[in-house]
Design a protein around this ligand. Structure first.
Ligand SMILES: [Cu+2]
Length: 972
């Protein structure tokens, strides 16, 4: 019975013992899996060793803390047991037992039978704690019963960041507030407080929803600007002054987490005139030049097109995420318009991009179009007409989107960022843009800007000088009808290929305060002069009586205080090919941002800007209190081969006399120091820097569209976009039947057409975006589709809807190549809807073929900066070189990619990037204007009627077949 009882007991014990083994094994596994702390691991290993060593016998296992004590209470046979004295009592341990005494947890005791020994002995092994380490959020603390102590979590680890107890932070992913707190045991853990967002109005239309700080708002909930510019009461002409817009409630110091404002403006577009009656006695009485509606420019009269009788037009200055609402009222007599918001990506409102026939219909005369969009992209931007030559005629203005100073990583570099320190540069011609366009494209007129204006101000120094010298021939630009001139067969100014004139070969240096100059710059009687470089002259009386002193026109003045650092913002609003080099006498420029994107600050002597580009730089007013010239030197078509155009403005220190600087001015002035963004130059020069040699700040690595994923080794889509001026019979300018380009024309009558991949962009009648669902995609073309149709665009003239299509979210690489065989030109390219990384920009020679660039690329020999390439939305391409762009196509829509020189873009130097499918794009608002071709149906060609007839027959045939089947089935 006893035996049986023992057997049963033993059997039960084995079951218990095995169960305990299983539990311990699981315990061990769980410790390993969920606890990385080293001391626990050691303890767990001890447990495991015990498990392995435990014989399949009844045992009592006591666990004391993390130490293990094993006692055998059954047989007490001295040959297989160790006898040990614990305090006053004697204890026995079986061979193979392991135990630890709590008072000395670093000693592991075991009972072992050594070889050749008759008695088992107790072996003590000392544990070493030297190589114990804890994670970065933990510290090693002593613990009773534990040999080496334990790692206690004393800090919080979150997304690789360490936070101390008591610290709070915000999770950028879901905006939850997080806090690092300590438990009663002193262990740190993270507490989460979910962010509470105000409820979003259920009836909020999707295009009005915007996100800020992880919450969604409907723009109806926006703070209204206190004052509306389109209230009829306020809408009188007197308010149209620069000062008025500077005091606009939205032009404020931006605060972090403030509620965005709704910022309202009215733009009235109309034809206007330089030195209109609003100018009274300007420039004789200089204060008259600053009267409302007075646009003096350089004093040479011409008609202009402007917004609110200002040139530049109204400045829009808002804070990030404000909603901008602009009512554009077209008061042009018989001319349409649109406004593009250059620098805005229009992420939620792609139909507000302002490109006629791509994102909207042109705004027809007498109608109003309300632009409404979120100012999402911070930085120095501008708005301008995207229609015809209107930008060149004056339809442009600054668009500054600010952020709170705390969000500007460069804020420590400057003391002031003032609205009056923006510089808008324009190339200035003395005839309406359309007149120059027609003359250049259809006759022998040139396309060279004779002058440059700064914030709409400047002097026509060459006219002043030549009046003074009275050596050169002048002629009068007339507003009389063309037929008056025809009889006299005037010769136009130089064309692109013309030789240099005597005038342009001259070194021009003059002193602006030279009285002799001033005396002689007035126009002769009722006549106003415009320089020509041509031998033929003519004079025609103007209808208006003008007698002005061109040298007394005001220059733009920028005021600074000694000892402070100022952020300047330069916007290049030019429309012709006249890159501008800016420098300031005695001051260097610290460039920090371009097109709204920060880069690592660089100190340079001058910055070259191309049409459409913007740069922010800092000027340290640390020189002697005085007046200094800010110089603007025209390059390319403005250089000494053509018009030697330059302009100046004044940097005036507080306390300096209100005079002009005394240093000489003239085209040949050389600035010192490094030249940023130099014309037609690649990398590796000691005295210049390309855009691709700048470094973007790291925080853009997480910004959609330009994030770090953009820089993966191979892009999803790579396009070569190459161009040159081609001597083809462009049917618009060279109908081959009558006056083809190879006909015996004068050189300056030959028009070479700039094309992208030998294709000229053709605008559709209906806007691509708003009519996307009714447009036949097969109308789109590109180099491959044309090749597949057997069309050789190298030989024949190709014009179609040049569209490159990419899926939403794909990484796109554009390799833009200027082959550069015809002329030493230079083209700035602008992408709508997306910024890009500039990963390469090199000049390979005076010219290069696309085949050579493709070959270099296949051998991986095109230089690419993949580390921290800068971000822009407009970039130059060196003549005979390439520029490589990378971006993520994150913004669904139809986005124009084009040369920002108006004479090039308007005749087809453009293409469209279609991002995503039609379904990816938001719908246009209700009653969005439409436009399309119209032909009465009964006027349609008879072929269509035949087609209809054919359709009727085919439907009948189908019906016949179905009926046949039906009948044969029923007969079965
Ligand atoms: Cu161009």
């Amino acid at each position: 019975m006893q035996l049986n009882g023992n057997k049963i007991q033993n059997h039960l014990s084995v079951v218990v013992n095995r169960s305990i083994n299983i539990i311990f094994t699981m315990l061990y596994y769980l410790i390993i899996k969920y606890n990385r702390r080293v001391t626990d691991l050691i303890s767990a290993q001890l447990v495991f060793v015990v498990i392995l060593l435990v014989p399949q016998q009844p045992l009592y296992v006591a666990v004391d803390g993390l130490s293990v004590n094993v006692r055998n209470q059954t047989d007490q046979n001295e040959t297989d047991q160790c006898m040990l004295t614990v305090g006053n009592s004697i204890d026995y341990k079986r061979v193979g037992s392991l135990w630890i005494f709590p008072e000395d947890p670093c000693s592991l005791h075991s009972c072992e039978l050594q070889p050749n020994a008759t008695q088992p002995t107790e072996i003590i092994t000392k544990k070493q704690c030297n190589d114990i380490y804890c994670d970065i959020d933990s510290e090693l603390r002593p613990k009773k019963g534990s040999c080496c102590g334990e790692c206690l979590r004393t800090k919080c680890l979150f997304q690789d960041e360490i936070y101390i107890i008591g610290q709070t932070w915000q999770n950028s992913e879901d905006c939850d507030y997080l806090e690092c707190i300590a438990s009663d045991q002193g262990e740190a853990y993270i507490n989460k407080y979910p962010r509470k967002c105000p409820p979003l109005a259920k009836d909020c239309p999707p295009e009005l929803i915007y996100s800020d700080n992880c919450c969604q708002y409907c723009q109806n909930q926006l703070q209204n600007s206190d004052r509306s510019l389109d209230d009829d009461d306020n809408n009188n002409e007197d308010i149209w002054t620069e000062e008025f817009y500077r005091r606009h409630p939205c032009a404020r110091e931006c605060q972090e987490n403030e509620i965005p404002k709704l910022c309202r403006y009215t733009f009235l577009v109309e034809w206007y005139e330089i030195l209109s009656k609003a100018c009274y006695d300007c420039p004789k009485n200089r204060t008259d030049c600053f009267r409302p509606h007075c646009i003096a420019a350089d004093g040479v009269p011409r008609s202009i097109t402007v917004v609110n009788r200002m040139m530049p037009g109204p400045t829009i200055e808002v804070c990030q995420n404000d909603i901008v609402q602009v009512d554009v009222k077209n008061h042009l007599l018989g001319e349409s318009t649109t406004i593009h918001w250059h620098g805005m990506h229009m992420k939620e409102t792609p139909y507000m991009d302002g490109v006629p026939h791509i994102t909207q219909c042109p705004i027809s005369p007498h109608s109003t179009f309300r632009y409404k969009f979120k100012a999402e992209n911070t930085g120095t931007h501008f708005w301008h007409s995207h229609t015809g030559m209107q930008r060149g005629d004056g339809v442009f203005g600054a668009f500054i989107v600010k952020r709170s100073r705390s969000k500007d990583p460069h804020s420590y570099l400057y003391d002031f960022d003032l609205p009056e320190h923006k510089i808008i540069v324009q190339d200035w011609v003395h005839v309406p843009g359309v007149s120059m366009f027609a003359s250049h494209h259809h006759s022998r007129g040139d396309n060279k800007p004779p002058n440059i204006l700064i914030n709409g101000k400047g002097r026509h120094y060459k006219a002043i000088l030549n009046q003074n010298k009275n050596e050169e021939e002048v002629f009068i630009e007339s507003e009389q009808p063309r037929k008056e001139k025809d009889e006299e067969k005037i010769k136009s100014p130089i064309g692109a290929n013309s030789s240099l004139s005597k005038l342009n070969e001259e070194e021009i240096f003059l002193h602006p305060l030279n009285n002799d100059v001033i005396k002689n710059v007035t126009t002769d009687g009722n006549e106003i002069f415009r320089l020509t470089t041509n031998a033929t002259k003519r004079q025609v009386k103007r209808s208006a009586e003008i007698d002005i002193d061109l040298n007394s026109l005001p220059l733009e003045v920028f005021n600074v205080k000694h000892g402070y650092r100022y952020r300047f913002r330069i916007i290049n609003a030019e429309f012709l090919n006249c890159p501008i080099k800016i420098s300031i006498d005695n001051h260097s420029l610290t460039a920090i941002n371009s097109d709204g994107y920060d880069f690592e600050a660089v100190d340079v002597g001058s910055i070259v800007t191309y049409a459409g580009e913007r740069f922010d730089f800092i000027v340290n007013a640390n020189q002697i209190i005085d007046n200094y010239w800010i110089r603007f030197k025209g390059l390319m078509d403005c250089d000494e081969r053509f018009t030697s155009a330059f302009q100046v403005a004044i940097l005036r220190y507080d306390g300096a006399p209100p005079k002009e600087p005394t240093a000489e001015i003239g085209y040949h002035h050389q600035s010192e120091g490094i030249e940023l963004n130099a014309l037609n130059r690649g990398s590796g020069h000691f005295d210049s820097l390309t855009i691709a040699e700048l470094n973007a700040l790291p925080y853009y690595n997480n910004v959609p569209g330009i994030d770090h994923n953009v820089l993966k080794p191979t892009a999803d889509y790579k396009f070569f976009v190459y161009y040159d001026f081609y001597g083809k019979d462009n049917p618009v300018f060279h109908p081959s039947k009558y006056y083809g380009i190879n006909a015996s024309l004068h050189d300056s009558n030959r028009l070479f057409t700039p094309q992208l991949n030998h294709i000229s962009w053709k605008f559709p009648a209906s806007p691509l975006f708003s009519s996307r669902d009714s447009i036949d995609d097969t109308n789109f073309c590109n180099e491959t589709s044309l090749q597949n149709q057997g069309i050789d665009c190298h030989q024949q003239f190709c014009q179609c809807q040049h569209v490159l299509q990419v899926p939403l979210g794909s990484i796109v690489e554009l390799i833009i190549v200027d082959e550069g065989f015809t002329y030493d030109a230079n083209h700035p390219f602008h992408l709508h809807g997306n910024a890009f990384r500039v990963i390469g920009l090199e000049r390979l020679g005076k010219n290069v073929t696309i085949e050579k660039v493709k070959k270099l690329d296949s051998l991986n020999l095109l230089k690419r900066n993949m580390m921290k390439p800068p971000i822009k939305d407009t970039v130059t391409v060196p003549d005979g070189g390439y520029t490589i762009l990378r971006f993520a196509a994150y913004n669904p829509g139809f986005w124009l990619f084009h040369c920002h020189i108006e004479f090039h873009a308007e005749i087809g130097m453009a293409l469209v990037l279609k991002v995503g499918n039609n379904d990816d794009m938001p719908p246009v608002p209700k009653k969005f204007p439409t436009c399309h071709d119209f032909i009465r149906e009964d006027d349609l060609p008879s072929i269509n009627n035949t087609a209809k007839l054919f359709n009727i027959y085919s439907y009948s045939y189908l019906l016949y077949i179905i009926l046949g089947f039906f009948l044969s089935y029923t007969s079965l």
